[in-house]
Design a protein around this ligand. Structure first.
Ligand SMILES: Nc1ncnc2c1ncn2[C@@H]1O[C@H](COP(=O)(O)OP(=O)(O)OP(=O)(O)O)[C@@H](O)[C@H]1O
Ligand SMILES: [Mg+2]
Length: 343
């Protein structure tokens, strides 16, 4: 059942400073926080997946902060923001004279991130050639600056993010299977906000409080009716969109304007059902359509077989994929979707 009521402890948590915590009381967010705590201290490379605004940047930062590298640098590269031809020199650095505008020798981000974390945001936007070069450094091999002759070694932990679903990365030739295999030693998936609307009261309260502090306004909790409406929305822009909505609500100052704030998907009537709104009213007796029943049966069988194959191969996912006759990426996708873990 959905509730907007927060406990005293929740309110305290909501009022802590932004950017350091991944808030959410849903089981899926608890699982994500647990995974971060387990993965952060390890040396595993991590691929963070999730739609835009679900918190991938925040998770990358937490992985660094909770790791033994936290005293070292945290270097973020936003791959789509750098022209394809420049990305290689940006990452690996260049020697003076390597190309016309190379006026002086410049170390790349890999070198800058020495003894720290290199976060490659939207990694799928880097060319396969650059991804391949990065893979070699992940194997511990030295690299050379563009135009350079001296091998350089950098001790870097790589964390990457993508909002393209795993199964599409390889199918759309955005990444090779080898790169995915090397890059995704651990996968952290952030579910969309619409699948965890029980997180909305806490998040909305968090943004409400931080904006009030930021703007030196008198703080007041959001009215329950407003939070309830927020829980009914789809949030294509996820947590970022929710933060924007709370801000706009505070600026406009009345729940009346909330209707206009979130465009067409916001409720027209407090209790009405509009196309963007999820109708939570349940008929007294529900039947699963046969098609859905067949899908559930397939899922159940797949889940069991994958679990058995992984146990049989001692969690060698490549071998398991071969035994099951599926590609490696397809197996990874299913492990993630079915939340299969080592027992
Ligand atoms: N669970 C959360 N708790 C608190 N703040 C969150 C949470 N998830 C996201 N945020 C905040 O929402 C905003 C968007 O998150 P972030 O930038 O990490 O998303 P993203 O997945 O990297 O998005 P994009 O794919 O567009 O880069 C940030 O201000 C972030 O701090
Ligand atoms: Mg991001």
């Amino acid at each position: 059942m959905l509730t907007t009521k927060l406990s005293g402890a929740d309110i305290k948590r909501a009022h802590r400073p932004l950017h350091k915590e991944l808030l959410g009381s849903s089981d899926s967010m608890k699982a994500v926080r647990d995974l971060i705590d387990r993965v952060a201290p390890s040396t595993l490379t991590v691929l963070i997946t999730g739609e835009t605004g679900t918190g991938k940047d925040l998770v990358a930062r937490l992985l660094h902060d909770k790791s033994e590298r936290s005293r070292g640098p945290y270097v973020k590269v936003n791959c789509p923001a750098i022209q394809e031809t420049l990305l290689e020199s940006e990452l690996f650095g260049y020697e003076k004279g390597a190309f016309t505008s190379a006026m002086s020798t410049t170390p790349g981000r890999l070198e800058s991130a020495h003894e720290g974390t290199l976060f490659l945001d939207e990694i799928s936007e880097a060319s396969l050639v650059v991804q391949g070069k990065l893979m070699m450094t992940m194997e511990g091999e030295p690299f050379m600056r563009v135009g350079g002759v001296h091998p350089i070694h950098s001790d870097v932990r790589i964390v990457a993010a993508t909002n393209i679903p795993l199964e599409e990365l390889v199918a759309r030739k955005k990444m090779t299977e080898e790169t995915l295999f090397r890059l995704a030693e651990a996968i952290i998936h952030l579910p969309p906000l619409r699948e965890r609307c029980e997180d909305i009261p806490l998040l909305a309260e968090h943004f409400n409080h931080s904006f009030c502090v930021q703007q030196e306004r008198t703080y007041e909790p959001l009215p329950d009716s407003v939070v309830e409406q927020m829980q009914e929305l789809e949030w294509e822009g996820n947590v970022r969109e929710l933060a924007g909505c709370v801000r706009e609500y505070l600026v406009s100052g009345s729940s009346e304007t909330l209707k206009g704030v979130r465009r067409s998907e916001m409720l027209e009537e407090p209790f009405g059902t509009t196309p963007g709104r999820k109708d939570r009213s349940q008929p007294t007796r529900t039947f699963i359509p046969l098609k859905e029943a067949a899908r559930l049966a397939v899922e159940e069988t797949e889940r069991r077989l994958i679990q058995e194959a992984l146990e049989y191969t001692l969690w060698n996912r490549r071998k398991a994929a071969k035994l099951l006759g599926v590609s490696y990426s397809s197996l990874l996708r299913r492990i993630e979707a079915y939340q299969i873990g080592k027992v």
